[in-house]
Design a protein around this ligand. Structure first.
Ligand code: SF4
Length: 377
């Protein structure tokens, strides 16, 4: 398959791994953060950690939108389902995310009208076909998904569909990177930049990372060779004392971003003064709210929202894992109280969450090999 096979070619991968080994200084410890949850998933799925030199440490960043959503927002959204007119809609990966009083799936089991949709426009379609109900779309995601929410709101306004609203939880990636760089616990050498978000925002918004912070950043694709090539490009920059933005994923990411998507976002959204991120706390200008011109479709203005704040369970160390300070397996609950079947934190729910990725690919593999070793011969 084009754009897949050549990025999984064993001969090219072997050569790239050799080049990475050649470029790596054995006396140095490298800490590279992959910002995007999709990269974390690919790193574990393809076992890339195992082919890199041991002194290249990959730190998992906060780029999983489900994982960074604070529990209180989930509870605020679910509280609306007490109104029998409301149909709560969301993407499937939201369904098992625990709020303080259960996940959307548990609320559904309790009789609330909660439905999975594949896009915000599916939710709008549902509103059109249920004129006596109110369809609320629980929107999450970075700049990757915000344009489709914006276009749906523009369509709802153009058509005058008044029984539809969006509970907006869209966040933006650049302030999160800034918060990580400002964190005193964090020492990083370079970034593997997010591929999906960058298809919309392009490469320019990262220029300050290289210019002001002197950290190399390479925007990367999601295939094994993409990530290995990006690692190689970061090593080359570090070896030559450079810090710049490079675009390894140029087959998908335009340097200037997607102008039509950015225009739709600018039409519908404005920055919130601040927004709470799970694990990172309040970050200024890090999330989107719906502009006044679209207030009639903003669930936070159509309904009364309590603005619940909920602290994570004490033993859960989602915050430290999200910031890359701890590895998933270092959380006290990992694999015991918290598993993909019974998640305590959101990082164990989404396939892009580092705990779920680690559990599904590393933990299960280790458990299977322990079982094989223990089996009688
Ligand atoms: S194992 Fe569970 S509780 Fe611990 S950090 Fe991961 S998601 Fe959070």
């Amino acid at each position: 398959m084009r754009f897949v096979d050549e990025f999984r070619d064993p001969a090219i991968i072997t050569r790239t791994c050799e080049e990475i080994r050649r470029l790596t200084d054995p006396a140095r410890h490298y800490r590279f953060m992959e910002v995007c949850g999709g990269h974390t998933h690919a790193i574990y799925r393809f076992g890339l950690k195992d082919v890199l030199p041991a002194n290249i440490e990959l730190i998992h960043g906060p780029g999983c939108p489900v994982c960074v959503l604070p529990m209180g927002r989930i509870d605020d959204g679910l509280a609306l389902t007490r109104d029998p007119r409301v149909i709560f809609t969301a993407f499937g990966d939201m369904m098992r995310v625990p709020g303080a009083h259960g996940s959307p799936l548990e609320h559904k089991a309790g009789g609330m009208d909660i439905r999975i949709v594949y896009s915000p426009s599916d939710a709008l379609k549902l509103a059109r076909s249920n004129p006596d109900r109110h369809v609320m779309f629980f929107a999450i995601g970075f700049e990757t998904t915000a344009p489709s929410t914006a276009l749906t709101l523009m369509r709802a306004k153009a058509e005058g569909v008044r029984n539809f609203s969006v509970f907006c939880n869209h966040v933006t990636i650049i302030p999160a990177i800034r918060a990580i760089l400002d964190s005193p616990d964090m020492r990083l050498d370079a970034f593997i930049g997010p591929g999906h978000v960058s298809t919309v925002i392009g490469c320019r918004p990262y220029e300050w990372v290289a210019r002001d912070e002197r950290k190399p950043i390479v925007i990367s694709g999601f295939e094994p060779l993409d990530l290995l090539q990006s690692t190689m490009m970061l090593l080359r920059q570090l070896n030559s004392g450079e810090a710049k933005v490079e675009n390894q994923y140029a087959r998908v990411v335009p340097w200037e971003g997607n102008r039509a998507a950015l225009a739709a976002m600018a039409e519908v959204f404005q920055l919130r003064p601040y927004f709470e991120w799970r694990g990172l706390g309040f970050i200024s200008q890090s999330a989107l709210r719906i502009r006044d011109e679209y207030a009639a479709w903003d669930a936070e203005r159509v309904f009364e929202i309590a603005g619940v704040r909920v602290t994570d369970p004490k033993a859960a160390q989602c915050g430290e894992v999200l910031k890359g300070v701890l590895k998933p397996v270092q959380c006290k609950l990992f694999g015991r109280e918290c598993t993909p079947e019974r998640p305590v934190g959101a990082l164990m729910v989404s396939s892009e969450g580092s705990c779920a990725a680690y559990y599904n690919y590393e933990h299960r593999k280790a458990a299977a090999s322990r079982t094989a070793l223990a089996a009688p011969v």
